[in-house]
Ligand binder design. Structure first.
Ligand code: B16
Ligand code: MG
Length: 215
């Protein structure tokens, strides 16, 4: 399959880099301290979902009710733990395959953007040495509805000045594939539940497979 697209919008966590293990570690520490059951399977449901929506999923297993104020505090604590873990990231956490593919796509004339639910996007891009690389960065600080709402991808397309139908989205999460389809974009699934949800337009064999589709 060859796609006729002008732009590619990338999810961040789980596509460009792998911060999902840090999300898991931070939520697990919090859940354990509150005596709430939490495992990798529940963690998979948090992919692409905002911080507060993630907390609501975790609290499905809580034995007590939490006030909004308490929830805000828990989310804040999680983010502090998570940001401490992010400090360990460096440009070495960007794989050669991702770096080379991004550079080649740019050489071929594609406009490249990030569409992430994360409010820590800019910090992560700095850590992995991609600060300033993308033509547009739309993230959790630009939107009111996180994936599966199409908002973050529509904002990214608008920042790029491209029409949704001219954009392809690369996602690792079901919520992200749903968001891309709702935005009227072509959804390319990389890894995990994105590939299993049955809503995607194409299953990528790896990040570098983009170079076969986007010529
Ligand atoms: P933060 P993505 C998402 O990023 C993560 O997949 C999701 O697990 C996380 O809860 C969300 O960002 C919010 O992150 O707490 O840093 O604002 O996959 O859309 O790049
Ligand atoms: Mg993701």
């Amino acid at each position: 399959m060859i796609l006729q697209k002008k732009a590619v919008i990338f999810d961040l966590d789980g596509v460009i880099c792998f911060t999902d293990r840090f999300h898991y570690q931070a939520w697990k520490t919090l859940a354990d301290s509150l005596d709430i059951y939490f495992d990798e399977k529940i963690n998979n449901r948090l992919r692409g979902v905002s911080r507060m929506a993630s907390l609501e999923i975790i609290l499905e297993n809580a034995r007590e009710e939490y006030t909004q104020e308490e929830k805000n505090l828990i989310a804040e604590k999680k983010n502090d733990l998570y940001k401490d873990l992010l400090k360990n990231m460096s440009p070495a956490d960007l794989s050669e395959e991702v770096r080379d593919t991004l550079q080649e796509l740019r050489k071929r004339g594609y406009r490249l953007a990030i569409g992430s639910s994360s409010k820590n996007t800019k910090f992560i891009l700095e850590r992995i040495g991609l600060d300033g690389f993308f033509n547009a960065v739309a993230d959790g600080t630009d939107i009111t509805h996180s994936k599966p709402s199409p908002e973050v991808f529509l904002v990214a397309a608008e920042m790029l000045g491209e029409k949704p139908e001219d954009c392809a989205v690369v996602e690792d999460a079901k919520a992200g594939i749903e968001a891309a389809k709702a935005a009227g974009m072509t959804a390319l699934a990389l890894f995990g539940d994105a590939k299993e949800c049955g809503l995607e337009d194409y299953d990528l064999t790896g990040f570098g497979n983009l170079l076969d589709l986007l010529q």
